[in-house]
Write a protein that binds this ligand. Structure first.
Ligand SMILES: Cc1cc2nc3c(=O)[nH]c(=O)nc-3n(C[C@H](O)[C@H](O)[C@H](O)COP(=O)(O)OP(=O)(O)OC[C@H]3O[C@@H](n4cnc5c(N)ncnc54)[C@H](O)[C@@H]3O)c2cc1C
Length: 424
C-alpha cells in the first residue's frame, strides 16, 4: 500500500468540488511523475442542463481562482460569474454595519453551472466520469470492490467525496471505521425581485444573527437576477424560514414579500453544513475529503475551497506516501490547515450564538462602528477570508480590550439598547 504505481486504479465517489479536486490532482501528479493511473469518478446527479443540484449559495471565496489554476491546472470559469461580492452587511435585530476590506472580491455563481464545469474539466483530463451511484463497498487485502447501480468495478483505493449524503456515509461506516461528522441544517430559497431592485441592491451579502431561538444565522445574497436567502440551525424548517423572511431585519433589505410573493409562492431547498470533523476519515485503501470528512470551517463557509483543497491533499498523499492508514498521516497533516482552526471556530460560533441570543449584538455593532479593528475582525469572521485563529489572536490584545471596555462604559445606555433600526 505504498504510493500509487503505474497502472493503479482509483475510484472517486462523488463529483462535487472534493471529488473533482481529488481526481484532477491525481491526473496532474500522475502525468508529472510519468505514471498511468486510471481514475473513475462516480456522480449520481446530472448537473448539465441543471437537472440536479447540490445545495449551495454559490459564493466562491478568494483564492478560488488560484486554487483552480495553480493546484488543479484548470482555468477559473470567469464566464460563470454573476456578481462580484465586495463586502458584507452584518445585522443584529436592530442595527447593521457595513464590513468591507481590501481583499479580492468573492464571486457569486450558479453552483450547478460550476459543478457542471468542474466535471467537464475532469472529462477533458481523461478521467472516466460515470453517471451513477455507488451503493456498496467491499474492502479486501489487495483491492476494493465498488458496487454501483451501473455495475461494479475494482480499485486499489477509493476516495469518498460524497458530501452530506447519509446513504453513502452509511456504506463507509459499515465497511470501515469512518464515522460521519455532525451537521447543521440549512433552508434555502430565492426570489426574483426584478432588474431595477437587483441593480440597486448592491454587491454586499447581508448576514443576520437573529436573537430569535432556532435560527443560528441567516443570509441574503445577491446573484445575477435574484436574491438567495438561507438560514441555518439545528432544527430549521420552512416555518423558521417564514419567521426569518418576516423579521424586521430581513424585511429592511428584502422587497415586499406579501401580496403575490408570499412564502407560499417560494420553493424551498434543504442542505446541511458539517460542524465537526468525521472520525477515521482515512484508513487502509480509503480516504474521505470535503464535507464528508467534516473539513469545513465551522459556522461559516468557504466549503467549496476546503473541498477542492482537501481533494488535492488526498491526491498528493496517495501519489507520494501511499494508501494505508499510516501513509494517510501525510493527508491528516495537510488537513491541519483546516482542522487546527476548528477549536477556534467552535468557540467563536458559541460566542456568536451567545451574543445574538443575549441581545448583545446591537452593542457589538455600535462598538464596531467606532473601531476599525473590531470591524476588520468581524469582516474576517463573516466573510471566512481569515482563519478564526488569526482573528482571535488579533483581538487578544490587553490594550485594545481595555479600550473597548472604556468605550463600552462611555456609551450611553440608550445607545446600547437603541430600539430604532439602523441600516447603512
Ligand atoms: C445551504 C448551503 C449553502 C452553501 N453556500 C456555500 C457558498 O456560498 N460557498 C461555499 O464555498 N460553500 C457553500 N456551502 C458549502 C458547500 O456547498 C460544500 O462545502 C461543498 O459543496 C462540499 O463539497 P463536496 O465535494 O465535499 O460535497 P458535495 O458538493 O456535496 O458533493 C458531493 C457529491 O457526491 C455525490 N454523491 C453522494 N453519494 C454518492 C454516491 N453514492 N454515488 C455517486 N455520487 C454520490 C452527490 O450527488 C454530490 O454531487 C453551502 C452549503 C449549504 C448547505
Amino acid at each position: 500500500m505504498g504510493p500509487l504505481r503505474d497502472g493503479a486504479r482509483v475510484v472517486v465517489i462523488g463529483g462535487g468540488p472534493g471529488g473533482v479536486g481529488a481526481a484532477l490532482a491525481i491526473a496532474n501528479l500522475a502525468s508529472q511523475m510519468g505514471r498511468q493511473i486510471h481514475v473513475t469518478l462516480f456522480e449520481g446527479k446530472v448537473f448539465a442542463g441543471e437537472r440536479h443540484f447540490n445545495q449551495c449559495v454559490g459564493v466562491l471565496s478568494p483564492p478560488i481562482d488560484r486554487i483552480l489554476q495553480d493546484s488543479l491546472g484548470i482555468p477559473f470559469p470567469r464566464h460563470l460569474i454573476q456578481r462580484e461580492i465586495t463586502g458584507y452587511i452584518l445585522h443584529s435585530d436592530r442595527r447593521a454595519i457595513l464590513l468591507e476590506c481590501d481583499d479580492p472580491p468573492g464571486f457569486a455563481v450558479r453552483r450547478v453551472q460550476f459543478d457542471a464545469y468542474l466535471l467537464e474539466q475532469a472529462r477533458a483530463c481523461g478521467i472516466q466520469v460515470v453517471n451513477g451511484r455507488v451503493t456498496d463497498l467491499e474492502f479486501h487485502a489487495n483491492r476494493v470492490i465498488v458496487y454501483g447501480d451501473t455495475g461494479n468495478s475494482e480499485a486499489d483505493v477509493v476516495v469518498g467525496a460524497f458530501g452530506s449524503d447519509d446513504g453513502t456515509a452509511l456504506v463507509f461506516e459499515r465497511a470501515t471505521d469512518y464515522r460521519a461528522p455532525r451537521f447543521l441544517n440549512s433552508i434555502v430559497t430565492k426570489i426574483h425581485p426584478g432588474a431595477e431592485f437587483m441593480a440597486q441592491f448592491g454587491n454586499c451579502i447581508h448576514a443576520f444573527l437573529p436573537s430569535a431561538p432556532g435560527i443560528e444565522f441567516g443570509a441574503v445574497t445577491p446573484k445575477g437576477n435574484h436574491l438567495t436567502m438561507n438560514i441555518a440551525g439545528a432544527r430549521v424548517d420552512v416555518n423558521a424560514m417564514g419567521l426569518f423572511l418576516h423579521s424586521p431585519a430581513a424585511r429592511a433589505v428584502l422587497p415586499r414579500l406579501d401580496g403575490g410573493l408570499g412564502e407560499n409562492d417560494l420553493a424551498f431547498f434543504k442542505g446541511r453544513f458539517p460542524t465537526s470533523q468525521a472520525r477515521s476519515f482515512s484508513g487502509d485503501r480509503y480516504v474521505i475529503v470535503g464535507d464528508a470528512a467534516g473539513l469545513m470551517r465551522p459556522f461559516k463557509g468557504k466549503g467549496v475551497n476546503s473541498a477542492l483543497l482537501s481533494g488535492t491533499w488526498a491526491a498528493r498523499s496517495m501519489m507520494t506516501a501511499g494508501i494505508s492508514t499510516r501513509a494517510f498521516r501525510q493527508y491528516h497533516a495537510a488537513c491541519r490547515e483546516i482542522t487546527d482552526d476548528m477549536p477556534y471556530g467552535k468557540a467563536m460560533r458559541a460566542i456568536a450564538i451567545g451574543i445574538s441570543k443575549w441581545h448583545l449584538l446591537d452593542t457589538v455593532i455600535a462598538l464596531a462602528a467606532q473601531d476599525a479593528r473590531l470591524r476588520h475582525a468581524l469582516f474576517g469572521a463573516v466573510s471566512a477570508h481569515r482563519s478564526y485563529r488569526a482573528i482571535v489572536h488579533e483581538l487578544l490584545d490587553a490594550r485594545w480590550l481595555a479600550r473597548m471596555a472604556w468605550m463600552l462604559a462611555k456609551m450611553p445606555f440608550r445607545n446600547r439598547l437603541d430600539k430604532e433600526r439602523k441600516t447603512p
